[in-house]
Every structure is written in C-alpha cells, then in structure tokens.
Design a protein around this ligand. Structure first.
Ligand code: PMP
Length: 311
C-alpha cells in the first residue's frame, strides 16, 4: 500500500492530543495539549493558509502568478509562504517589529519578502494591517489574504481543529483553553464543540495588556492578544477570559520543554498556565484541553535565549 502525499499541504492537521504529566501532577482534572507544532509549517496557522488562498482565488482577488500579501505576527506568514511555494505564488509579509527574529528568518527561507513596521496601535497608518492592505493594492497581482477579515479562518477550525479535539477525547471535555489573535481558533473550535455539547467551557487566555481582559498596553507574547475586536472573533462563544502575564507565559513555555519534552512558544505557555487554573475550578468532569499554537524553534533567540546561550 503506497501512502505518498501529493504535497506537503496534505500533511497539515490531525495533530496529536497529549496528556500533561509532571506539570499537571495533582490537578483535579486531567490536562491535555494539542501540539500544533507538528504541522509542517510549525503552527496552527497551516490549517488556515490554504483556505485563505482558495477564498482569494474564488473571489477573483488572486490570479495565477500573483503575490500573497498579509499582515502577520509570523505564523500565518510561514503557512502562506509554504503554501505559496507549492501553489506557485509569490508572497510578501508585513510584520510588527516585536516579532521574533527567528520567524523573520523562516519567512525569508521560504522565499518570502518581509517588511518590518513598528508595533503601533490599530488606528495608526503604519499599523501592519494598514501597510499590508496598501501594499496589496500597490503591487501588480497583489492580493490581501485578510486572516482578520474572512470567515475562511474560523471555518478551518470549525471543520478540522474542533472535530479532532472532540474525536480524540471521545467527547469527554470539561473545558478548552485557546488564545485569540484573529480569534479564528477559539471561534471555530468553540462553535463546533458547543454544537456537540453546550456545557463545554470555552476559555480565552489573554495577555495582560490585550483588550479582551483589560486596558490596552504593550506585551511580549506573540500571536495572541489584540488592541481591537477582529471580525474573525465571535466573543459570544467565549465563556470566560483569563489574563496571563508575559513572565508567567514564558516561564511555562520553558517548563514545557524541560518537564514534558514539548518545545513550544510563548502563547502555548500562556494557554497551559491558564489551563492549570481552569483545571482547579471547573465543575464539569472531563479533559481540560489547551491549544499549543506553535513551535519553540520560533523563539530560540528570545524566550529560550538563556538556555541557548549557555551552550
Ligand atoms: N499563538 C500564536 C503563536 C499564533 O501565531 C496565533 C495566530 N495569530 C495564535 C496564538 C492565535 O490564533 P488565532 O489567530 O486563531 O486567534
């Protein structure tokens, strides 16, 4: 029996759900994590990229030989750059300067062009989304991918991530913890799981300084947290938001590598920090599931700097 995939894009999804052992020891509810780092582009955003491209093709915004343009904190860019290589498109990304240098190198390794802009508020004309939109209009064949705008983003999680969690837990779910950048993950998963069982608690982990839990201020966690409510987030599906500091998120990311063998990013640390709190208080029996959105290889130069410099 041959099992050869027709391209790397067929290797996306069906990621493993893994029990936490040492870190969740003594927890009143078992905690399981969904390891999105094993997607070929290293993050949960691989699930969204091909759908955004197909949407742009279907709308007539993207033509053969065109250039994908997107505002991204990195992972959507990596996913789109990978898909662009397979599908024969060019790609150009606008990223905020708080983004990890490792992610910028990865974008370039896939052949993408990268423009770095200051990390300014949404209403500033230099905001990465505004710059990306202008770029898409200005360059011939440019098409704005719009991960913050299009339903293709939450739909990817409604169709794949949510059903995988339901299948792999046998439906025994007390709560799911996800973050919100675009809100695509939490919206898609939340809608799917609440249709199966409305009692499942959907918990949003949110960086201190992000709008979903409090006053807007700078924070270092990448990929989650915003200073406005994106179109792709449906706040109705979120039962509860819990804030988490950069320090707690990064400390947990380091523990996940050393104590569970899971080399994941700062947003993953945030999810697990919050998941342990949820496991202490949630009334329903069942698994507390935390999403681990990306690989720690994206953050060797910042979150894991101390460890890597010691070598
Ligand atoms: N964590 C990381 C590292 C991410 O790149 C993203 C995607 N922006 C998220 C969390 C949040 O995912 P979503 O955009 O689906 O809300």
């Amino acid at each position: 029996m041959e099992r050869v995939l027709s391209s790397v894009l067929e290797a996306i999804g069906n990621t493993p759900l893994i029990r936490l052992n040492r870190i969740a020891e003594g927890s009143p509810r078992p905690v399981a994590v969904k390891l999105e780092a094993v997607n070929p582009g290293g993050s949960i955003k691989d699930r969204v990229a091909v759908r955004l491209i197909r949407q742009a093709e279907a709308d007539g915004r993207l033509k053969p030989g065109g250039t994908l343009v997107e505002a991204t904190a990195g992972n959507t860019g990596i996913a789109l750059a990978m898909a662009a290589a397979v599908m024969g498109y060019r790609s150009w990304f606008v990223v905020p300067d708080k983004m990890s240098p490792d992610k910028i190198r990865i974008l370039k390794a896939y052949g993408a062009q990268v423009t770095v802009v200051p990390d300014v508020p949404k209403d500033d004309p230099h905001h990465y989304q505004a710059v990306a939109r202008r770029l898409a209009d200005e360059i011939p064949g440019g098409a704005y991918m719009g991960q913050f705008l299009y339903a293709a983003n939450p739909e990817a999680h409604y169709d794949t991530t949510g059903p995988e969690i339901w299948r792999d837990t046998g439906g025994h779910i007390a709560a799911v913890v996800a973050g919100a950048g675009t809100g695509g993950t939490i919206t898609g998963i939340g809608r799917f799981l609440k249709e199966q069982d409305p009692g499942i608690q959907i918990v949003g982990a949110d960086p201190v300084g992000s709008i979903f839990t409090g006053p807007v201020a700078p924070f270092k966690i990448e990929g989650m947290g915003e200073d406005y409510y994106p179109d792709t987030l449906d706040p109705e599906v979120v039962d509860r938001w819990i804030a988490v500091s950069d320090d707690n998120a990064f400390a947990m990311a380091r523990r996940l590598a050393r104590e569970e063998g899971l080399l994941v990013g700062g947003s993953s640390g945030a999810m697990v920090h919050v998941a342990l709190q949820v496991a202490e208080t949630v009334e329903r029996p069942g698994w507390v599931v935390a999403l681990l959105p990306d690989t720690g290889r994206n953050y060797l130069a910042n979150i894991f700097q101390t460890e890597t410099e010691a070598l």
